[in-house]
Ligand binder design. Sequence first.
Ligand code: DX5
Ligand code: ZN
Length: 229
Amino acid sequence: MTFIDAGPTGSLRVAPSILAADFGSLAHAVQVIDAQTDWLHVDVMDGHFVPNVSIGPPVVASLRKYSDRFFDCHLMMSEPGRYLEAFAEAGADGCTVHVEVGGTAALIDDARSLGLRIGLAANPDTPYERVAPFLGDIDLLLLMTVFPGFGGQSFMGDVMSKVVWARSEIDANSLAVDIEVDGGIDLQSAPVVVRAGANVLVAGSAIFSRPDPLEAATALRTAALAGRS
Ligand code: DX5
Ligand code: ZN
């Protein structure tokens, strides 16, 4: 398996979420926004961990033919361990599992042995203390800014306290961990999350529900960069 490099840890990245794209023409959607895609965010929902179903490894394998970007797969699944190998084989570069499902240490080991970059996600109401013990073992911390399951929800600003804590701990210990936020990221919230310390911004509706997705992604990057100045 060949994995795509994630790029330097901590650099600002825009990660369009294909959940908000037209599933009937996903390849086209991915190509349209390619120039503004640092990572492609793939939302996988199992209808059990979250009350919705979306896509799985076959779609990742199909999209791999149309994109050379880093595939950032967000596994909203009760049993992600059963599918890590299938995602790696399909062309995922990183997989993020939720801390709420448990078995985190084993999942991290399994993902690493497959050559995947590993992320750990926490829902808005999951305390920072649940993820803190794993910070030294992961590549990415995903702090959800909505309850997972659906696109188009409102950004939850309260989560920024966790982003601030994570950023200070990561920097204080010189850890190579990216901080990703996901849910309700738009032109207003982008500078807010960057100021708090996030560096990977997932956005679905703010890109794909706009008349010109490429222009929307460009504007989102500009808004995010404003949070760094
Ligand atoms: C939510 C997903 C998100 C979603 C974000 O369960 O994890 O990645 O696509 O969508 P927006 O950007 O519309 O909030
Ligand atoms: Zn997601």
